[in-house]
Write a protein that binds this ligand. Structure first.
Ligand code: SF4
Length: 313
């Protein structure tokens, strides 16, 4: 906690807030630093500070509209990089937050992996990729995300792994991004934790495939389907949801379009649907699989289950 608070403090140093009303979004893992953030901003001359306590899972979830309603002049979004070129109501400053990494330890592990490595990571370790690549030369290849970030992998955008290599290595703390990289490229993938532990994604990918097949099989038996739109700016997919609902109806199902901000299992508890298709973050259908009483599919999975039709995005 002390180290994280220190990183937050140092990364906020260059943010210009004097005389401004400032709204702040923090991801779950950084909420314990809320008072540090408020403190730093006030000492830097912020006129007012508002801290959102809703979860902020990614830069796809920017509360610029709400911040404007609060009278804020600027929104500081901590813990993530900017997400595409979505226009915002007020200026948004992204403070990605770099976490400490023992680069020499990471390099030692990478050297032990045979073949050419497609190296990617999450936002917190991005600044280290350059140094690693310089040390390991042609052994490492770093691709670009859809938004042009070198080596950044997101749950909804693993395209940084789409490079010619023998194996993927994702430097990260959990297995989620590793599974996504493995599924996207179909090649051997390891997660390399900041502590230097190498985790083979094969068993995790197999479990993931089993889980998704089970969800699809269950959804196939559904009669009533809820097609869920989230109103989060970076996840909003209204067109696809409407088209999908029509496709499902033309397949003889009853399909309703449901709207939310967060798609939490408790929000649909007791609702009369046999399955859901979530048109927002693909992570929800995967990470929260066990928490939903009914199967939740991604749009791609829904199209596979019901007719193989295509929808425009
Ligand atoms: S994976 Fe989900 S939370 Fe992360 S950026 Fe993509 S849509 Fe947002």
């Amino acid at each position: 906690m002390a180290g994280t608070a220190e990183s937050v403090r140092s990364e906020l140093q260059d943010v210009e807030v004097a005389g401004k009303r400032v709204a702040v979004q923090l991801p779950e893992g950084l909420k314990q630093c809320a008072n540090t953030v408020a403190d730093v901003l006030k000492r830097k001359g912020a006129k007012e500070v508002f801290i959102f306590i809703d979860p902020a899972y990614g830069a796809c979830d920017v509360k610029d509209f709400e911040a404007k309603e609060l009278g804020a002049d600027v929104l500081i979004h901590v813990g993530h990089n900017r997400f595409g070129n979505t226009a915002t109501e007020i200026p948004v400053v992204y403070v990605p937050l770099t976490l400490s990494l023992d680069v020499e330890k990471i390099i030692k592990v990478l050297r032990s992996i045979p073949g050419k490595i497609a190296l990617c990571t999450t936002v917190h370790y991005l600044p280290y990729l350059d140094r690693i690549k310089k040390k390991l030369g042609n052994k490492i290849v770093v691709g670009k995300s859809t938004f042009g970030d070198e080596g950044q992998v997101l749950g909804c955008d693993p395209s940084a792994c789409s490079v010619d290599a023998d194996v993927n290595v994702v430097i990260t703390d959990g297995v989620f991004h590793g599974i996504i990289a493995r599924m996207w490229t179909g090649r051997k993938t390891y997660v390399l934790t900041p502590a230097g532990k190498l985790i083979d994604m094969e068993p995790h990918a197999e479990k993931y495939v089993r889980q998704r097949e089970a969800a699809k099989a269950l959804a196939k038996t559904a009669r009533r389907v809820g097609v869920v739109i989230t109103m989060k700016k970076g996840q909003r997919n209204i067109k696809a949801a409407k088209q999908l609902a029509k496709i499902l109806e033309s397949n003889g199902l009853c399909a309703d379009v449901l709207v939310c901000d967060y798609f939490f299992p408790e929000y649909v508890k007791g609702m009369p649907y046999d399955a859901y298709v979530f048109t927002g973050c693909p992570r929800v259908a995967i990470d929260d699989y066990a928490r939903f009483e009914k199967p939740v599919l991604t749009v791609a999975e829904a199209l596979e289950v019901w007719n193989g039709c295509k929808v425009e995005r």
